[in-house]
Design a protein around this ligand. Sequence first.
Ligand code: NAD
Ligand code: AKB
Length: 316
Amino acid sequence: MEKILVIGACGQLGTELTLKLRDLFGTEQVIASDLREAADLIKDGPFESLDVMNKEALDQLIEKHQITQIYHLAAILSAKGEQNPKFAWDLNMTSLLNVLEAGRNGVSKIYWPSSIAVFGPSTPKTKTPQNTIMDPNTVYGISKLAGERWCDWYYQKHGVDVRSIRYPGLIGYKAQPGGGTTDYAVDIFWKAILEGSYDCFLKADSRLPMMYMDDAVKATIDLMETDADKIKVRSSYNVSAISLSPEMLYAEIVKRYPDFKISYSPDFRQTIADSWPNSMDDSEARKDWGWEPAFDLEKMSQTMLDNLENILVTTK
Ligand code: NAD
Ligand code: AKB
């Protein structure tokens, strides 16, 4: 029987991943943990306060619950990372090493997410290949690239079964994003419904890879449930779903909200966005573990609006 620990469970991804894991494995089998208090959506299952930087506390928790799998999601994202680089490096690296050591000491499977932020200005921008030039110029991207190398090293040297995906920007309605460059693609939906206007911190035509949260959660669990011998990439897999810019997203929202207005005030996050790819080649993930997205731009946008309207308007 699997016993799963989710670290960073109250974040944008962790909230939704914890809910899905509990559906699949049973509520009591999935221990949510975070520095913050338990988020409302995951309160009805087991929750532990954990600072993953504290290796002793992590090891005690693993022992207490006889943990067999860890999903390690705690991190500082790209925009916040540039504002506090030393802290971002410390958290992103030390936490991963603590978790990988737990893999060396007996936890049988580990998931750790990477990001499109591992790529940089010299990387080919369109259909970015799995293996290519990687020259990230954010602390977040540098930490994710170093993390990928650590995952591969722990697999090669110690046989740790660690798996990873390079997520694009994730778009979901259940939890707020946590300080990234792609956060606008969630914020815009809230503003369209609540305020009728949005001032975007990226340029109109700034195109980036994105993915609806259900696809991201499905990709994650599919990768974790694949037989180990099928997994050929032990650094991190490219995955791809939607490639979109603020003006493309605006065009979708305005179909339902014809009076919705957008303005553009690019800030420091524009430089980060400019250094990232605009679309990804995910053929390795498709070949090795059958990855295929279900949400395109239109379906994602309509689903976001339907669900947020339900939360923000119907229940008001
Ligand atoms: P988030 O910022 O929303 O959530 C991170 C969670 O980690 C927060 O709840 C935070 O309280 C918790 N945390 C921070 N420090 C901690 C500590 N010391 N101990 C325990 N918990 C701690 O982030 P997210 O968007 O949910 O991202 C989750 C993971 O996915 C990250 O590794 C991120 O790099 C990766 N990722 C996310 C996206 C995206 O668009 N959301 C894209 C690419 C990769
Ligand atoms: C960010 O913008 O920092 C994240 C990511 C793409 O890793 N959403």
